[in-house]
Write a new protein. Structure first.
Length: 249
């Protein structure tokens, strides 16, 4: 990696280490600041704006990765860039992933795919796995969930990944009264089933653990009165994905 690439600056909100959640094995996870969407169920409103992150060079981030390198390799893990949405900072993501490949570290990108066009071929060439958040299956529900944006870029991005042979783990957040309609779930399942490199679908039950962050920021939490999905609803939705021949976790 050239000295210039090492000095590319990104806005990094925080770091974490996870096991089996943000990709295979034990992962070093960097959460980047900035997101173009305003999902009603977002549990990290503190990552919406780039100004909430800390200016960090690729070299500085990789110094943190080095501390965990041996550990994550033994645990067959790697590095995941999450957010916010990392594709708001494509130059930084590309350089970090290229640095990871120089170390033979597995890379995973956690994104909604809404910023599809910002992910160029060089970025995707350094990406081993995409954790793709499919918000909804129809445009009307998508806009209600995200308060902005269009579904089409996510679908286009998924097919770009499949054309390159990049594995995908789909994430779908199940929110009673918002994303749980049978037609909406069926539309998500149809979209996902048409993408050849989807390895699994994670149906994530809505929770209110992010509510204190809204309070701390002086924001109203739009789903404060929304319950978590019942076991019966979870079973129905997971069954809709399984009926399309998809692996559900």
């Amino acid at each position: 990696m050239t000295p210039a690439l090492k000095q590319i600056v990104g806005a990094v909100h925080s770091y974490d280490v996870s096991v089996g959640v943000d990709g295979p094995g034990t992962r070093f996870v960097a959460f980047l600041a900035g997101c173009p969407l305003r999902c009603l169920y977002c549990h990290s409103p503190d990552t919406w704006y780039r100004r909430s992150g800390t200016a960090t060079t690729v070299d500085e981030l990789m110094e943190k990765v080095h501390r965990y390198e041996r550990f994550v390799k033994i645990a067959r893990g790697g590095v995941t860039l999450s957010g916010g949405d990392p594709l708001q900072q494509p130059d930084f993501v590309r350089a970090v992933f290229q640095a990871c490949k120089d170390l033979d570290l597995h890379t995973a990108l956690d994104t909604s795919g809404f910023l599809d066009e910002r992910a160029d071929d060089a970025l995707l060439a350094a990406t081993d796995l995409v954790l793709l958040d499919v918000k909804s299956g129809d445009q009307k529900t998508y806009q209600k969930v995200t308060k902005t944006g269009r579904l089409a870029p996510t679908v286009r991005f998924a097919h770009r990944l499949a054309d390159r042979g990049i594995p995908i783990w789909v994430r779908f957040v199940l929110v009673p009264g918002l994303t749980d309609a049978e037609d909406n779930v069926a539309a998500v399942a149809d979209i996902v089933a048409a993408v050849s490199t989807v390895e699994r679908v994670e149906v994530l039950p809505f929770h209110t653990l992010g509510a204190p962050k809204y309070a701390a920021l002086g924001l109203d939490y739009p789903l404060k009165d929304t319950p978590s999905p019942s076991p019966e609803l979870l079973d129905r939705v997971r069954g809709q994905f399984r009926d399309r021949g998809l692996v559900v976790t």
